[in-house]
Design a protein around this ligand. Structure first.
Ligand SMILES: Cc1cc2nc3c(=O)[nH]c(=O)nc-3n(C[C@H](O)[C@H](O)[C@H](O)COP(=O)(O)OP(=O)(O)OC[C@H]3O[C@@H](n4cnc5c(N)ncnc54)[C@H](O)[C@@H]3O)c2cc1C
Length: 407
């Protein structure tokens, strides 16, 4: 049996940063990656805008991944197994399938860093036929940027998530016509900079409260019936219009997929594991970070989070994780869709809370309170659900449930 201090599942930016940090803190680490090389989704994100916070320079996705890969390859404490799939995790044992067949790795800690997958036509119960020409934005991104293949000529994008917005610009630059981006909600879940730079700058129509009523086409997509929805998300028949297109690109959300560790308690909102301030799940030897924990907007935040998770996992393997006292729950009030971590230990120091808003807010203060004690607050000029936000809180004074509020 292979033995190591710490196994990292997934060699994307989260996995590489977690491994580097665990090694820096004294552990031997093994990264298991199912793909042919390290880098994760970043390998197909050829646009720039990455790394401003983490590397303090503007990089493309592959450049960001390359910088981490060079550090991982130079680190003597890190072993990398590519072309190897983790199939099961159980009781500090990781089962993998690779070039040597099925193997088991015995470890003191596991860090989950498997990223997430895209929601499909089936996930959103898209009505109509299922002809060729319906693709998710990530698959389209891989086809165009890595395989050098266009997905179609006349495109409608459903959902205004970041990947869809970025692909609207990419398709246009490659000569296709993006006829519309349809968003069922009243706001976009994408970053404001992507709405401006990828859609508005290219005069691509972006319709809110609007969705596809029906896909039309037998062998290939021929068009869509689309229109507005009411406040209960029901189609308003009188607004129904036909739009001719040969391709529908879905950008309708990402979901962490925990199938290799189904015993882990997950959040019904994020679908990722429920963790404490050390990114530790309810199984004390199992840690989680990056998109498998919650979907991030920026890879820089993924990298910073993974560094923390790697450090705590390494300290755990050396019995050096700070002594745990009483657990305190952190509860988001109704203006938030979630807050992470969901619990911390009573004591001293600072913890960074990560959260997403349910609706847009303008000139509001976000406060974390325990009874009447203010543990931390920040003024928000404008905040939208598409942006992950943070708030540093002091643990001093947190003796019971902490509530996150918008004032
Ligand atoms: C399609 C897509 C496009 C994106 N585009 C952008 C963008 O343009 N800009 C931006 O800032 N962010 C983008 N993101 C967000 C981006 O995912 C994150 O910023 C970051 O890449 C997440 O890092 P990660 O390491 O958590 O996940 P990933 O980068 O997804 O890496 C996860 C790795 O785990 C591996 N893996 C999964 N399961 C297993 C298993 N069972 N065994 C072994 N290995 C496994 C995968 O092969 C993958 O290499 C995009 C996300 C997606 C899904």
């Amino acid at each position: 049996m292979i033995k190591t201090d710490c196994v990292v599942v997934g060699g994307g930016p989260a996995g590489m940063c977690a491994a580097l940090s665990a090694s820096e803190n004294g552990s031997n680490v093994m990264i298991i990656e199912r793909d042919t090389s390290l880098g994760g989704i970043l390998r197909q994100c050829i646009h720039n805008g990455f790394g401003l916070h983490y590397f303090k320079e503007e990089l493309t996705g592959p450049e960001f991944a390359h910088k981490l890969r060079v550090q991982v390859e130079a680190d003597k404490n890190i072993t990398v197994k590519t072309n190897t799939l983790v199939t099961k995790i159980e009781n500090r044992k990781v089962e993998v399938m690779g070039q040597n067949g099925v193997e088991t790795i015995e470890t003191k800690a596991v860090i989950l860093a498997m990223g997430c997958r895209e929601r499909t036509a089936g996930n959103i119960s898209l009505c109509g036929t299922r002809p060729m020409g319906i693709v998710t934005a990530g698959v389209a991104q891989k086809m165009v940027n890595i395989d050098g293949q266009m997905v179609g000529k006349d495109i409608v994008i459903l959902g205004s998530g970041d990947i869809g917005l970025i692909m609207a610009r990419r398709f246009t630059l490659e000569g296709a016509r993006v006829h519309a981006v349809l968003e069922v909600n009243k706001t976009s879940s994408g970053l404001r900079r992507n709405i401006m730079q990828c859609v508005e700058d290219f005069n691509i129509p972006l319709f809110f409260n609007t969705t596809i009523f029906e896909v039309v086409g037998r062998d290939r997509v021929e068009g869509v019936w689309y229109g507005q929805v009411d406040e209960k998300m029901q189609p308003i028949e009188s607004t129904k219009k036909f739009l001719k297109c040969d391709t529908i690109v879905l950008s309708v959300g990402l979901i962490p997929e925990m199938y290799i560790a189904p015993f882990v308690k997950t959040s019904p909102v994020t679908k990722g594991a429920v963790v404490n301030e050390f990114y530790q799940t309810e199984q004390e030897w199992l840690f989680s970070c990056g998109n498998i924990l919650h979907v991030h907007d920026l890879v820089d935040n993924v990298a910073l989070e993974a560094k923390q998770a790697g450090k705590f996992a390494s300290l755990y393997t050396q019995n050096k994780l700070p002594h745990q006292s009483k657990e305190i729950a952190i509860i988001p009030s109704k203006g938030f869709s979630y807050v992470l971590p969901s619990r911390l230990y009573e004591g001293e120091g600072t913890v960074t809370l990560k959260f997403r808003l349910r609706e847009k807010i303008v000139k509001k203060t976000i406060v974390a309170k325990c009874n009447d004690v203010n543990l931390g607050q920040r003024f928000v000029l404008a905040g939208v659900p598409g942006e992950m936000m943070t708030l540093d809180i002091s643990k001093n004074g947190a003796t019971g449930e902490i509530v996150l509020e918008i004032n």
